[in-house]
Ligand binder design. Structure first.
Ligand code: SF4
Ligand code: SF4
Length: 339
């Protein structure tokens, strides 16, 4: 990444954080899926298929218009494998044209110097690749040995921020691979994070002693900003629940390939409302709703968004909010009858 682009990226980051702290009335981060299909089939993953078609560009543009209307700061394109979408560059251009930050999550398989240059031209701001192991096995082929050439292409040609996420847990055989991956990322000038792989419900798998040791070593190598934002991981690594306020459905949105809003990739179906019909009333309800799955949640990006509002606006459970709504309705009918 060129120095001038890096400085611009940092300035834009600082301005969206300032805006998010100043007001709670807009979306901070949205993940959007332009295609569920993936070229891989990782053993722990419940976010792909091998047959679906790309979402047409005009449909994607309408969804992005709505995200811009909701005041979204960052749109991260995810999948499946979004690089398989034939109009990915136009989608990135459109995000930037709407004044939003454009991020991409990819498994890295399709990067060539030419493809990277096209992403530069489209205006991509940031890329994250998760690498699960050093050598491919039956759980995952997102492997350093396979991807190292792609990482070198990125180091040479990319003009966007790159983060390499290594993972621990979820059936990954050699936890020490996470350290090798993180060391290589630092060597190539990328930032690095470590994630605890969730199970099919997005919930915690406890780490073994060996995994914990590696986890802390990788965290030390990583970017200090991320380490500060990921305090929750220390509790999760110890197998302890973490108290926080998940603002999914409001400050964070997950938009599936069918254009519906979900809490996150692991809690699809709630609230399950089409994005085009999503209102600020839905936003406020979800902002104030306590999520039952929060104490053991391992999803880094939603935790990071949550930090912006953790100090304000305590949440209530769905049952409490329902009861309060019923009581308000009763009071209203009572007043009408009395008048
Ligand atoms: S590459 Fe990503 S989306 Fe594809 S199967 Fe693996 S984890 Fe899932
Ligand atoms: S706490 Fe929030 S991000 Fe985590 S699993 Fe639940 S809904 Fe998803």
């Amino acid at each position: 990444m060129r120095k001038s682009t890096f400085v611009k990226w940092k300035v834009r980051q600082a301005s969206f954080i300032a805006r998010a702290l100043a007001s709670t009335n807009h979306v901070v981060l949205a993940h959007i899926i332009p295609m569920r299909r993936c070229n891989l089939a990782c053993g722990y993953c419940n976010e792909y298929d091998q047959t679906s078609k790309p979402v047409p560009l005009d449909v994607m543009k309408r969804r992005l218009d709505k995200l811009a209307e909701l005041g979204t700061s960052i749109v991260t394109i995810s999948g499946g494998e979004p690089i398989m979408h034939p109009e990915l560059d136009q989608i990135i251009r459109y995000i930037r044209a709407k004044g939003m930050i454009a991020g991409l999550i990819s498994n890295g398989y399709y990067f060539t110097p030419e493809r990277i240059k096209r992403l530069n031209e489209a205006g991509l701001d940031s890329l994250q690749i998760s690498i699960d192991n050093v050598n491919p096995d039956e759980v995952s082929r997102k492997s350093l040995r396979v991807l190292d050439k792609k990482l070198r292409y990125l180091a040479e040609h990319a003009d966007f921020h790159i983060n390499i996420n290594s993972v621990i847990g979820g059936g990954i055989k050699n936890p020490e691979d996470a350290l090798t991956v993180a060391q290589r990322a630092v060597e190539l000038g990328f930032s690095t994070t470590v994630g605890v792989i969730h199970d099919g419900d997005g919930l915690l798998k406890p780490l073994t002693e060996k995994e914990k040791e590696i986890f802390h070593a990788v965290k030390k190598l990583g970017n200090k900003d991320h380490a500060r934002l990921n305090w929750f991981q220390d509790s999760i690594a110890e197998g302890k629940p973490y108290e926080w306020r998940c603002r999914s459905g409001a400050r964070y949105l997950y938009i599936c390939e069918d254009g519906k809003v979900h809490w996150c990739s692991q809690q699809r179906g709630y609230p399950g409302i089409p994005l085009e019909d999503y209102t600020m009333e839905d936003f406020k309800r979800e902002y104030n709703t306590e999520k039952w799955c929060a104490p053991t949640c391992t999803i880094q990006c939603v935790h990071q968004v949550g930090i912006l509002d953790n100090w304000r606006d305590p949440q209530k459970s769905e049952a409490q909010l329902r009861k309060e709504k019923q009581q308000k309705e009763k009071d209203r009918v009572g007043q009408m009858l009395a008048s």
